[in-house]
Design a binder for this molecule. Structure first.
Ligand code: SR1
Ligand code: MG
Length: 429
């Protein structure tokens, strides 16, 4: 892969970012003071980018800057800087379309040449994944994320958008090639063959990890989901909606990091979120100080999954009735012919397909975090490898059930029942 680094790009350090900010009036005014009064720290712990907190006498901000390579792997894996362009455009669209649930940070400035976004610093928030590992309940999270997903997905879909605007936007995001390529490989392909960057808790999970490669039903199922990922432009998806892409307080929820955004299948976002709740669920047994200590919390996680889907579905239904003014299911065919029940039938069909996609993508997203590249801290922070492997094995079983059996579930309650059963029975290593 050749990466063209724009003229004028340099990766900043915690020190050099001060000079950049003081040279741009709108940013300098926001933090106040001069360079000597600025406090900066680089806090990026994700897989790809630099992230600076900048504080001054007047205010603060985050500067997120893309690196020309994958931070997790190093310079041997070049990655174009243009991902910040897609993140910026996704943030502006999510700010517009998400009107009643989770919000996105306010953008102060996008600098394409420097591949950076200056945005709101959410000083009181923590990353949701950290909160889930600590066993903290968030009373508003199901509502906020259910609404966020329903609104951002519905309002960027053919159910709401008119044809020219939709096609223009699909064209814009279709250039996010390299990040889609990462997902195509890391989520849908690498876990199922001997890919160089795969890893798992070894030797404990060796048998299960190798068994994936012989599991024909699973390989077919994951390729069916991959085809949806590569060829369906249903809506502008966040593209990486895991619990590390959500920041929370007890009463506020913000969604961050949409650099993987593109027009893809709606279920890819809903599936990603539920996958991460389920990974959190199975990891809790590794965080409990004594057996059973996290039982209540695990039930809270399952309730959150059920509630989130309920909120999502309710809001999607409401939008279908009030904002279905795009390309698909025109009112001319239904309500205008006195056939409102026909529109309701189409809605039921649409939600059913979306539910099955959600489960299929959730399964794929779980499995990749257990045996592929880029695992999750929920599991990684369990120090005892035997205990960690037992949690991961249960999560692998759940991932398989969801992928292969996605069309057999009739409700999120049923999904949660299977999660409980897998946890109680325990997966044989
Ligand atoms: C090489 S990037 C690895 C992962 O980090 C991001 O969070 C995405 O999930 C990607 O797959
Ligand atoms: Mg990210």
């Amino acid at each position: 892969m050749t990466v063209t680094t724009p003229k004028g790009y340099t990766a900043f350090s915690a020190d050099t970012i001060k000079g950049y900010i003081s040279g741009i009036d709108e940013l300098a005014e926001r933090v106040g003071g001069d360079q000597d009064q600025m406090e900066t720290v680089e806090i990026g712990d994700g897989n790809l980018n630099l992230v600076f907190i900048v504080k001054g006498p007047v205010g603060s901000m985050i500067i997120k800057q893309a690196l020309p390579y994958v931070r997790l792997v190093g310079e041997s894996w070049p990655l174009p800087l243009k991902r910040s362009y897609f993140e910026y455009h996704a943030l502006t669209r999510q700010a517009r379309t998400s009107t009643s649930g989770a919000r996105v940070p306010q953008v102060y400035r996008f600098d394409e040449a420097k591949a950076l976004i200056a945005m709101e610093y959410l000083a009181d928030h923590i990353i949701l994944r950290k909160g889930l590992i600590a066993g903290i309940e968030y009373p508003k999270i199901a509502r906020d994320l259910g609404l966020f997903m329903a609104e951002t997905l519905f309002r960027t879909s053919d159910l709401h958008m008119e044809t020219a605007r939709k096609k223009q936007d699909v064209a814009l995001f279709s250039d996010n090639v390299e990040l889609c390529d990462i997902t195509e490989n890391l989520v849908f392909t690498d876990p199922y063959h001997d890919a160089e960057m795969n890893s798992w808790t070894s030797p404990q999970l060796d048998r299960l990890a190798l068994a994936l490669r012989q599991d024909r039903d699973l390989k077919v199922a994951v390729q069916v989901m991959k085809q949806k990922f590569t060829s369906s432009s249903q809506a502008l998806v966040h593209g990486d909606l895991h619990s590390g892409s959500v920041m929370v307080t007890q009463d506020d929820t913000q969604v961050i990091d949409p650099e993987f955004a593109f027009y893809g299948p709606m279920g890819f976002d809903t599936g990603a979120l539920f996958a991460n709740y389920l990974l959190a669920y199975f990891s809790q047994d590794g965080h409990a100080g004594k057996p059973g200590e996290r039982d209540d919390y695990q039930e809270w996680l399952l309730t959150t999954i059920i509630d989130t889907w309920q909120v999502f579905e309710d809001r999607f239904r409401a939008l279908w009735r009030s904002e279905r003014d795009g390309i698909l299911y025109p009112r001319a065919l239904f309500e205008d012919q006195d056939d409102a029940p026909g529109a309701e039938q189409a809605l039921t069909h649409t939600l059913r397909a979306l539910f099955c996609d959600t489960l299929g993508f959730a399964g794929a997203k779980m499995i990749r975090r257990l045996v592929g590249l880029a695992h999750v801290e929920d599991m990684g922070s369990i120090e005892d490898p035997d205990l960690r492997a037992r949690c991961e094995a249960n999560a692998l079983s759940m991932g398989r059930e969801l992928l292969v059996g996605r069309d057999l579930f009739s409700s999120m309650n049923g999904v949660c029942e299977v999660a409980r059963r897998i946890r109680m029975e325990g997966t044989r290593l």
